[in-house]
Ligand binder design. Structure first.
Ligand code: 4NP
Length: 155
């Protein structure tokens, strides 16, 4: 049975789609079967493709995310997924409020898996410079590698 992982940010058009793409790529490289999805705590971008700057950085790394569509996280996600990763502390706070009492998913701050980055968030690149998306890509790739290691060698 393969593990399932959900990434959650605010809009589901910048950070969490890139985290989804990075984990799909790292899992494929490792030959690991993982179910991966992403969602936002907000509903402004439901049905929208990722931000064009997010699409561009993924494309520079050989990945096409133009078919991804935004969706809002639901209570059901906490029963459906094994892991729910919050991209930043605000997302984590909102997810703790949304989590139903019968939710089984392990809810974590994403960067807690990256040594030296515990407790930190992935900075929201939406209102910043294009270069911010490269920083996002680096962060989510490091986290994706850590997730693959964790899933291969559960401790
Ligand atoms: P994300 O970035 O949470 O990484 O997808 C954002 C996208 C849109 C908005 C905020 C953050 N927004 O306010 O519309």
């Amino acid at each position: 049975m393969s593990a399932s992982v959900l990434f959650v940010c605010l809009g589901n058009i910048c950070r969490s789609p890139l985290a989804e793409a990075a984990l799909r790529a790292e899992a494929a490289r490792a030959g690991l079967a993982v179910e991966v999805d992403s969602a936002g705590t907000g509903d402004w971008h439901v049905g929208s493709p990722p931000d064009r700057r997010a699409q561009a950085v993924a494309r520079r790394h050989g990945i096409d995310i133009s078919g991804y569509r935004g969706r809002q996280v639901t209570a059901e996600d906490f029963r459906r997924f094994d892991y729910v990763f919050a991209l930043d502390g605000e997302n984590l706070k909102n997810l703790r409020r949304l989590r139903p009492s019968d939710g089984t998913a392990e809810l974590r701050l994403l960067m807690d898996l990256v040594p030296g980055r515990e407790g930190s968030g992935v900075t929201d690149p939406y209102f910043g410079e294009d270069a911010g998306f490269d920083v996002t890509w680096d962060d989510v790739t490091r986290a994706a590698k850590a997730i693959v290691e964790r899933l291969r060698d559960p401790r």
